[in-house]
Design a protein around this ligand. Structure first.
Ligand SMILES: [Fe+2]
Ligand SMILES: [Fe+2]
Length: 300
């Protein structure tokens, strides 16, 4: 699956990313102290990033319940993160299946799979350490994920990868710098941000090539799949069942979050970078654009 040549030499980019992976990689199983006690009363994410922040439901919660809600929202995001990483690993392995194993490009794809293996273990350990359930995707999204990981190639594959990585990255960059939140979350975020920066570089570079190589029909199809991926990823960030952990009926929590101007602003903030990038590439257009809007990732 060789893309058309662009201004970026593909092998040079991959070689640089491989060298960076050797310099800065983590093993979360040993680099994180999983048994360290949690800080009593500390939030698990900045409270203003909670999907219910500022709503009447939020005002009705005690301080302790607000902290608990942010814990379950983080567990939900970690569950969505490892679900998407599983999809991503299979997409990269399929990409590798057709690639030249002696190329740096193929070797970097495998290195990224290795990173994601460690990340998914890290997120699993995190959910366990927080004492939260795994918040799985609903059966329909689970099925869509199965389809995406089995079929996606070219622009829709790399765009879907970037949407998931860059939205999560926005939350984690903020969390790792916020000294008021749980140290465990800051550490997990820092590890993920450092390693994901390489993945984003790789995917952006490859996406530019794939867009050049794709024909108009392929791009039209890609725009719809990309819009649907953006919609699924956003809707899965906070699993409705997370609200039940603080006694809020899931449907009431979902309705309050969707109407919440703070949460709507947070979603647009988290997607700003990737929405701009994909718009520049012409990938946020047509019917797919409606899905971006319905997901709340772009304004009207
Ligand atoms: Fe990851
Ligand atoms: Fe990644």
């Amino acid at each position: 699956m060789e893309g058309t040549p662009t201004g970026f030499p593909r092998e040079a980019v991959a070689a640089r990313l491989l060298a960076a992976s050797v310099r800065t990689s983590y093993d979360p199983v040993v680099d994180i102290d999983w048994s360290a006690p949690h800080v009593p009363g500390a939030y698990w994410m900045p409270p203003q990033r909670s999907s219910l922040y500022g709503t009447p439901l939020w005002k009705g919660l005690s301080e302790e319940q607000r902290v608990e809600l942010t814990k379950h929202e983080v567990a939900s995001a970690a569950s969505a993160g490892l679900w998407f990483e599983t999809i991503l690993m299979q997409m990269l392995i399929r990409h590798y299946y057709d690639a030249d194993p002696t190329s740096r490009h193929a070797q970097y794809a495998l290195t990224e799979v290795a990173d994601e293996c460690r990340h998914s273990i890290m997120f699993g350990r995190l959910i366990e350490a927080m004492g939260c359930p795994v918040y799985r995707a609903d059966p329909f999204d689970h099925l869509l994920g199965r389809w995406l990981k089995a079929t996606a190639t070219g622009p829709r594959m790399y765009a879907a990868i970037l949407i998931a990585e860059e939205i999560l990255d926005a939350f984690q960059r903020e969390a790792m710098a916020d000294e008021s939140i749980q140290p465990l979350i800051r550490m997990v975020s820092r590890i993920h941000v450092v390693e994901e920066a390489r993945h984003v570089r790789f995917a952006r570079d490859e996406l530019a090539r794939q867009v050049e190589a794709a024909g108009p029909v392929g791009l039209a199809y890609a725009r719809v799949v990309i819009g649907r991926a953006a919609y699924s990823i956003t809707r899965r960030l906070v699993n409705p069942r997370a609200y039940a952990a603080v006694g809020i009926p899931p449907a009431a929590g979902v309705a309050a979050a969707r109407a919440n101007p703070h949460w709507r602003a947070t979603l647009r903030w988290s997607a700003q970078r990737i929405a701009e990038h994909l718009t520049e590439l012409g990938l946020v257009a047509g019917p797919g654009r409606l899905l971006w809007r319905r997901a709340g990732l772009i304004g009207d």
